[in-house]
Design a binder for this molecule. Structure first.
Ligand SMILES: C[S@@+](CC[C@H](N)C(=O)[O-])C[C@H]1O[C@@H](n2cnc3c(N)ncnc32)[C@H](O)[C@@H]1O
Length: 244
């Protein structure tokens, strides 16, 4: 099935407020994320491979901020360990409703539990794999320590957290360069300068990126060992963080 094209910011409508994950976004989300996040398809593919390697028998695998379940399906299709359950959480009812259709249309037999919940309230336990793909950036910065700490406590020894985030850079010149390269990536994917500018303004104070150093420092402070940057393209990254 062809993804419906994202043209949310293509028209000269007034009254765009803050970006929200509502029905309008749900309709175009697969196209939006692929044309906006460099390396998105690679990251999703690798999430499957990482889950295959790290999922432990009798454990839970989490997809936190699951949207339409791309990481959920990637994990579901690769996990070999016995008695694994995937728990996929998102606080957008529109996302979860559509995600349910996606999961129901998939015939694989690893059980998936969908939860429409705020990650800050959601319970997490017995986890061997936790995926948070471009979601921590939408959590209020003051709540991020508490969320990462909860994830760490809910994980089994030998477990892995996949944390994908848009990055900001401490060096202003470098930060601007990465933003320009990302802007060009979106342009070459068919977004106009106006669309890019409107989306950026809608995401202001909604998507709040942090530096790689800040993520590593927080992960270490919460107990994770051996954090590794395994993917980066411009200002988009993915980290692996291990629980010993
Ligand atoms: C960029 S999308 C994630 C994309 C998805 N992980 C993927 O790889 O396709 C961010 C998602 O996080 C969800 N989200 C944001 N804040 C949340 C919160 N506090 N609790 C649960 N979900 C949240 C949004 O509804 C949205 O679906």
């Amino acid at each position: 099935m062809n993804d419906k094209r994202d043209d949310i910011y293509a028209y000269n409508e007034k009254g765009f407020g803050h970006f929200v994950f509502d029905q309008r976004v749900v309709e175009v989300f697969p196209d939006m994320i692929k044309r906006s996040v460099p390396g998105y398809s690679t990251i999703i593919h690798m999430v499957g491979q990482i889950a295959e390697r790290y999922a432990q028998a009798g454990s839970n695998c989490y997809d936190l901020g699951c949207s339409l379940g791309a990481s959920t399906l990637a994990m579901r299709h690769r996990i070999q360990a016995a008695n694994v359950r995937i728990v996929s959480v998102d606080n957008s009812a529109d996302m979860i409703e559509r995600c349910k259709l996606v999961i129901d249309a998939d015939s694989h037999d690893v059980p998936v539990e969908l939860r429409c919940e705020d990650l800050l309230q959601s319970e997490l336990n017995n986890a061997s794999v936790v995926v948070m793909n471009f979601t921590l950036q939408f959590i209020a910065p003051g709540k991020r320590d508490q969320l990462i700490s909860k994830i760490y406590k809910g994980m089994r020894p030998g477990g892995v957290l996949v944390l994908s985030e848009k990055l900001k850079f401490n060096d202003d010149h470098h930060d601007q360069l990465m933003n320009e390269l990302h802007h060009y990536f979106k342009k070459t994917n068919g977004y106009s300068d106006l669309e890019i500018a409107k989306k950026r303004s809608a995401l202001e104070n909604v998507l709040i990126p942090e530096s790689l150093e800040k993520h590593k420092q927080r992960l270490a402070a919460c107990g994770f060992k051996g954090t590794e940057l395994w993917f980066q393209c411009f200002n988009f990254s993915s980290l692996l963080a291990f629980k010993e």
